[in-house]
Design a binder for this molecule. Structure first.
Ligand code: NI
Length: 134
């Protein structure tokens, strides 16, 4: 078993807010992240695919192909977007890093021509990241 990783970045805004709660409770739970008009992050995404090496190509999966799959199914949908409003695959969820990572997993899991998705790691800041493994 071998693992390959493609790293991508995107910039997006979001607001952490639960519409079932009062503004006061949202402010208590999410603090600055509940800011009415949102705030932005420079996200770093790492997509890890696992599998066996194809003896003919020597690749698990050509990273150029993985890059294109991530661009088409994730980056083009989230880059320079407001994650609460603009992104169909995040519709109806609070766009925490956890939920974004799960949404990205679901966008990619059935799109790989070889290997299988091992993990989606999403850095929201230099020090905070989440990792989803299905
Ligand atoms: Ni945030």
């Amino acid at each position: 078993m071998i693992y390959i990783t493609r790293r991508e970045t995107f910039a997006a805004s979001h607001r952490l807010y639960n519409p079932d709660w009062s503004d006061e409770k949202n402010n208590d739970v999410y603090d600055k992240c509940a800011n009415k008009n949102g705030h932005g992050h420079n996200y770093v995404l790492e997509v890890v695919v696992k599998g066996e090496i194809d003896p003919e190509t020597g690749y698990l999966l050509d990273l150029k192909i993985l890059k294109e799959i991530i661009k088409k199914n994730v980056i083009s949908l989230v880059d320079h977007k407001h994650l609460n409003h603009d992104v169909p695959f995040l519709s109806g969820v609070i766009p925490t890093a956890e939920n974004i990572a799960m949404g990205i997993w679901n966008q990619l899991a059935d799109k790989l021509p070889a290997g299988e998705l091992n993990s989606v790691k999403l850095y929201e800041t230099e020090n905070n990241y989440v990792e989803y493994k299905g």
